[in-house]
Design a protein. Structure first.
Length: 180
């Protein structure tokens, strides 16, 4: 007779753990969508990342996501290639959502890399301090602060010799044959 309450208790703990893993995976998906949207200049994908009333603080811009979105998109379009990544996310859930801190790396180059030309690459390392909320259509960023740790420039190597056989990205856009 005592086995039934123990089993029910264990199942409850498993369900709670699965719900936590689901929330973590959903938030990670939002961070991936943000990076992919910027790398491929997919504005439609970007629109599903932030809550409509979200606020952002990137240091050079503090205000609403609505006002920052065109600034960010234009800035990203000015580069020939972009690469963004958010990793090692610490997620702390409460009754109103989640605080998420993620390390980020962003790199950009003025050229598209076509023809094997070398560019000066800019790299930025820092972290995002995000407040996530769960909406009817999924998790969204309600506020974001970017904190810069370091920035560097370096000259990329021109792919020559055996590296010349590598697949170079060229211009990126949702219409690119490798975009999925």
């Amino acid at each position: 007779m005592t086995a039934q309450p123990e089993i029910e208790d264990r199942l409850q703990r498993i369900e709670e753990r699965l719900a936590l893993l689901d929330r973590r995976a959903a938030i990670t998906d939002v961070l991936v969508r943000y990076s992919r949207a910027l790398d491929w200049l997919d504005v439609d994908l970007l629109d599903g990342v932030f809550a409509p009333s979200a606020t952002v603080d990137y240091g050079f811009f503090k205000g609403s996501w609505e006002d920052f979105r065109p600034v960010l998109v234009e800035m990203e379009r000015s580069f020939g290639r972009r690469w963004h990544m958010a990793v090692q996310s610490d997620m702390r859930f409460d009754q109103d959502g989640a605080w998420v801190t993620s390390y980020n790396i962003a790199m950009s180059a003025p050229g598209t890399g076509e023809g094997g030309a070398a560019d000066e690459v800019s790299g930025f390392c820092g972290y995002y301090v995000d407040r996530f909320v769960e909406a009817a259509d999924g998790w969204r960023i309600a506020s974001r602060k970017h904190v810069l740790i370091t920035a560097s420039n370096w000259v990329e190597m021109a792919p020559g010799g055996p590296l010349a056989a590598l697949n170079l990205i060229g211009p990126t856009a949702p219409s690119h044959s490798d975009y999925r």
